[in-house]
Write a protein that binds this ligand. Structure first.
Ligand code: MLT
Ligand code: ZN
Length: 461
């Protein structure tokens, strides 16, 4: 790049905040993957749509790659800037712009944290139902870019379901106003939906109108201990048929060991191979008795080995911590993350095959399983043994991911359920998408971003 180009950007947009200090480059150049040494050119912090457009036009002219950046809590390297890119951080565009009581929508800027969106919805007696543990740090723009899922998908679906309208700056700097928050719109291709999950490769979200909904009824949280995977799936079928589920999340005894080690409280004595944290509607005493009856039926059938029903909000939070604290408890072990999905019915077959494969090929490897089993979405975290170098560990993990990808292909699954492809899973896209699909994806990319300046190398090689 022409060295005077950055100075030209400043003179073009005199109010634009630009950071070039090493500490800032380090901070904004990486995401939670911590795998690529950050090396951005600079960090731009626009405060308006016009500034975003100005940056994109400038980048086209000077052929500078842009990495759109939100909370950088991503786990696939989608927000990594390791090759002299300009990081376009949306941190200064983080306001609530409006609430519409009739349409029940909230319009926000992209840099707002998920938790702040949830709080803003509650102020109006409504909820924004997408939820997951990184809620305090991740941004809504990043949630949209990855079609984020989380712990309530079983009830509410993914981010995709909750985006009524999007304003997006496309790769040529043009501002697109997509769907204008309409509920019904059969006037052709839904470009809004194309943007959701596109990982910043087609456009930069500069405004989002989110659908809100009624808060769920009073609920009950339970922790269950299960003897095996078949029992777990039978309990899932039983609970889903008889209760109105808000969440159904699983983890293994290995995951429990880590989360307890990080300070969470043990809720069930004794060790069991699998655990589930589930939350379901429990409007009154009758509903609670009904839940207890379902639980007892499963215990009598030998499907549940033990269980705890939360007796207070504090206890419910403590049970949830056993699931939500897993990611943080594993962070010290530098886990290599996998985030796969199969149809719910294919979970036991897939899991059985992959567990057998890993036990045969890598008997020493510590593998931690947890996730949104009620959505067919499993997180498989491989922990780095102290004895292995970083490079050898990555090579080993890539082989594990190849095994996963091949097994997934046989089960018709996806290599990324909710974290996105980014850099980490790019080599495995073919296991999930056909050559024809990938060719069409490249064509779409070329239409929205003709000079290939938006997050190049992420998602598509
Ligand atoms: C989760 O479900 O906890 C998140 O997707 C984060 C993770 O996979 O570690
Ligand atoms: Zn998850």
């Amino acid at each position: 790049m022409n060295p005077s180009a950055l100075a030209e950007l400043s003179s073009r947009l005199p109010a634009l905040r630009l950071l070039t200090e090493p500490g800032d480059l380090e901070h904004y150049g990486r995401d939670w993957t911590r795998r690529w040494p950050p090396a951005p050119l600079a960090i731009a912090l626009p405060a308006s749509v016009e500034e975003v457009q100005g940056i994109v036009r400038w980048a086209n002219q000077h052929k500078v790659a842009i990495v759109p950046s939100g909370g950088r809590t991503g786990l696939s390297g989608g927000a990594v800037a390791a090759q002299g890119e300009l990081v376009l951080s949306l941190a200064r565009m983080s306001r609530v712009l409006g609430f519409d009581a009739v349409d029940r929508t909230l319009t926000v800027q992209p840099g707002i944290a998920l938790e702040a969106v949830q709080a803003a919805a509650r102020e109006h007696g409504l909820i924004y139902p997408v939820d997951f543990a990184a809620r305090g740090s991740c941004s809504i723009g990043g949630n949209i870019a990855t079609n984020a899922g989380g712990i309530r998908v079983i009830r509410y679906g993914n981010t995709r379901e909750w985006i009524a309208g999007l304003k997006v700056v496309a790769g040529n700097g043009e501002l697109l106003d997509l769907n204008r928050a309409l509920i019904k719109n059969s006037s052709g291709y839904d470009l809004r939906q194309l943007m959701i999950g596109s990982e910043g490769t087609l456009g930069i979200v500069v405004e989002a109108t989110l659908r809100l909904t009624d808060p769920p009824p009073a609920s009950q949280v339970m922790l269950l201990a299960l003897p095996d995977m078949d029992a777990l799936m039978q309990v899932f079928a039983l609970f889903r048929a008889r209760l109105s589920l808000q969440a159904f999340e699983f983890f293994t005894e290995v995951a429990l060991k880590h989360v307890l080690g990080a300070g969470a409280q043990r809720a069930i004595e004794g060790d069991y191979p699998y655990y589930v944290v589930t939350e379901f509607d429990a409007v009154d005493e009758r509903a609670q008795e009904m839940a207890l009856a379902v639980f007892e039926q499963a215990v009598e059938q030998g499907l549940i080995a033990d269980g705890v029903m939360a007796q207070s909000e504090a206890q419910a939070a403590a049970l949830w911590r056993l699931r939500e604290g897993i990611t943080e408890s594993l962070a010290v072990h530098r886990p290599y993350k996998n985030d796969i999905s199969v149809r719910i019915g294919a979970v036991p077959g897939f899991l059985g095959q992959i567990q057998a494969l890993l036990a045969r090929e890598y008997p020493e490897m510590e593998v931690v399983w947890f996730g949104h089993i009620g959505d067919g979405n499993l997180h498989i975290n491989v922990l780095k043994p102290a004895s292995l170098s970083d490079a050898d560990f990555i090579t080993q993990c890539e082989h594990v991911t190849k095994l996963l990808a091949d097994t997934l292909q046989r089960h018709g699954g996806s290599i990324s359920a909710e974290h996105g492809i980014g850099l980490v899973k790019r080599a495995y896209l073919e296991s999930t998408r056909s050559a024809a699909e990938i060719a069409l994806m490249r064509g779409v990319k070329a239409v929205f971003d003709p000079n290939g300046i938006l997050n190049p190398g992420k998602l598509l090689a």
